[in-house]
Write a protein that binds this ligand. Structure first.
Ligand code: SF4
Length: 623
């Protein structure tokens, strides 16, 4: 390997307190590239259906990619594990500086298994690996954990991944917070970390630079990418909030637990208000000139003076519109609390929205609510409830298990307004007016996730597909775009590219697929085309499908929440829109066929052989 790789993984067994290294084989690197690809391969091999996600044999993997730690723009890290929320494959991505530091310590990834006897943190200092007592950190929120570690180690430059109280208390949608407050939010990575009694991973002292095979070509590519990114200031200025309130006008923003898709209060929480009233400066992940992240201070309301990060679009949708919160500082503080407790804002917004509707309908009795006023819009109650969820107190204990389990526990008709797919709470795009996005949720590899089959660009922002306009409401033809997006996004999640960097053609802005292929070629000296990256993405996608089939997933699980099929939206331009079972079947049949899967969503032996996965599906009856 000429560049991009350090040649070894670090493996840590918390049960025995030992660690060793595993070589990165040439074949592994060629077939899976890195990041998500490595994580999928290891999870498939190490964690079978018999493993409870919160039991010691589950693995928690920190997987940067071959471009992480180089100057290639917008690189991040994958965290891969079996999800305690869905019971299926899961990954979650984060930016910041932890991934590069792991590379600089000489590792292409860290694989953590087992469970420490008592609260512990892993300390990596160059080649030194120690498992240390974390008794002094247990119970601390993420901010306090950072500060206590800085003080204990006398060094504010250490890189940290940690959990808050939610992870300690095994909240199924707890997150991992990574320096400097970048969250790996989805699917409960924090709960897996908590189940291992692992409060933090601390990394410093790396001196192994990431080699670049053709530095002249690489630097030319970096310069060209930086120039173009600077010509597109909108994302830098407002980040993911640049399209708010556009999403509401287009009627895609889940509102009041997805009873509507337009939010009357959207103008009071729109992007420019965050910029003018809260944000003070831009921040960026290592090597990213886009710098979409922000830090600011609340200057109004009871929490004046609190330093907060920017609210991302998904958080605004799920914690704002979905809960009817139109108070800007109230919303920003709710998201801040999620960061401190270590809760995924999206799942938290989903499950609280569900509880608000359950209270409104009387499915949750007043006596069940611990004195909380659970009306939509009651943001102060949401602040209190977030703490109860993180500590699993009262009603918070029920909600800490996510929408699916909470609705099953309450019973009755609750399933009709439980918004999740395969147990993962629905993201911030209502699929009734975006059927292709719905198909992305149905077929998402970690449940109903929005990023890998992200269709709003094509379905309502006017992005063409193969030089033709895309009909927003059409069912047919969406599968082809979704499949391409999934393969491409997963392929580049091996590098590991930021999800916000997604330009599909040569029209300015962030790097194109062909440029990412060139980055990989110049770093690793392995000649690579965009089609090669998509092919690796397809291979990984199919391996995850095999993983989830092995866990018991069937065609019936590739669905959308009941409400999406039963209740039509009322607001223009989506008035009357819903997605019936017939609609879902139309899209799913086309999707399976184009994927080379049978009518039950099982990859054919021929498809697996074409992808270099022959024999992998034997335990699922594929031969
Ligand atoms: S675009 Fe934003 S999230 Fe992505 S790498 Fe850059 S700063 Fe990080």
């Amino acid at each position: 390997m000429k560049g991009g790789y350090q040649g070894r993984f670090l493996r840590i067994d918390l049960s025995s307190g030992t660690s060793d290294t595993i070589a990165v084989g040439q074949e592994l690197a060629e077939k899976y590239i890195g990041g998500k690809g490595f994580g999928v391969r290891f999870l498939y091999d190490l964690v079978g259906p018999e493993v409870d996600p919160l039991a010691p044999p589950n693995v928690l993997m920190f997987m940067p990619g071959p471009l992480t730690g180089t100057l290639a723009p917008s690189m991040r890290e994958a965290i891969v594990f079996k999800s305690p929320l869905t019971g299926l494959y899961a990954d979650s991505f984060h930016g910041g500086v932890l991934g590069p530091e792991i590379k600089y310590c000489g590792y292409d990834g860290i694989i953590i298994t087992g469970k420490a006897n008592s609260p512990a943190y892993v300390y990596l200092d160059g080649d030194r690996v120690e498992i240390r007592d974390a008794g002094f950190l247990w119970g601390a929120d993420t901010n306090e954990t950072y500060e206590k570690l800085y003080e204990a180690l006398g060094d504010r430059t250490i890189k940290i991944a940690c959990i808050g109280p939610a992870g300690e208390n095994l909240v199924r949608f707890a997150l991992i917070d990574c320096t400097p407050h970048r969250q790996a939010g989805r699917c409960g990575a924090g709960a897996v970390m908590g189940s291992k009694n692992l409060k933090a991973l601390v990394v410093r002292g790396g001196s192994h630079l990431v080699r670049v095979a053709d530095s002249t070509r690489f630097l030319d590519l970096v310069r060209a990418a930086h120039e173009r990114i600077k010509q597109m200031p909108a994302f830098h200025e407002l980040g993911t909030l640049r399209d708010v309130p556009g999403h509401s006008t287009a009627a895609v923003i889940p509102t009041l637990n997805a009873q509507r898709a337009t939010f009357d209060g959207v103008d009071t929480i729109a992007g420019p208000l965050h910029r003018d009233r809260i944000w003070l400066r831009h921040t960026a992940c290592m090597g990213c000139v886009t710098a979409c992240s922000k830090v600011g201070t609340l200057r109004r309301g009871p929490h004046r003076g609190t330093v907060v990060e920017n609210v991302e679009y998904e958080s605004l949708a799920l914690m704002g519109a979905n809960l009817g919160i139109d108070n800007l500082e109230g919303l920003a503080y709710a998201c801040h609390l999620c960061d401190l407790y270590g809760l995924d804002t999206m799942s938290a917004g989903g499950v609280i929205g569900f509880a608000m509707e359950a209270a409104e309908r009387g499915d949750l009795a007043k006596g069940d609510l611990d004195g909380l006023d659970m009306r939509f819009g009651a943001y102060k109650e949401v602040h209190r409830l977030l703490g109860m969820i993180a500590r699993r107190e009262g009603i918070g204990d029920l909600l800490a298990d996510g929408v699916k389990r909470a609705s099953e526990a309450i019973g009755g008709d609750c399933y009709k307004y439980a918004l999740h797919t395969k147990g993962l709470e629905m993201p911030g795009y209502d699929p009734r007016g975006l059927p292709g996005q719905g198909l992305g949720y149905m077929t998402g590899d970690k449940g109903g996730e929005h990023v890998q089959g992200y269709m709003p660009d094509f379905e309502y922002r006017g992005y063409p597909w193969q030089n033709a306009e895309v009909d927003r409401f059409a069912l047919k033809g969406k599968a082809e775009i979704v499949i391409w997006l999934q393969n491409y996004q997963v392929g580049t999640n091996t590098l590991v590219k930021c999800d916000f960097v997604k330009r599909y053609a040569e029209d300015g802005g962030s790097p194109t697929p062909s440029e990412f292929a060139e980055f990989l070629t110049s770093v690793t000296a392995r000649t690579c085309s965009p089609e090669d990256i998509e092919f690796v993405g397809e291979r990984i996608w199919n391996l995850v499908r095999l993983y989830n089939l092995r866990e018991g997933v069937t065609r019936q699980d590739d669905d959308l929440p009941y409400r999406i099929g039963a209740e039509a939206l009322q607001d223009p331009p989506v008035a009357g829109c819903k997605l019936s079972q017939r609609d879902l079947d139309t899209m799913l049949d086309e999707y399976y066929r184009l994927r080379g899967w049978d009518v039950n969503g099982v990859p054919s032996a021929a498809k697996l052989a074409e992808l270099g996965l022959a024999g992998e599906g034997r335990s699922q009856g594929i031969s």
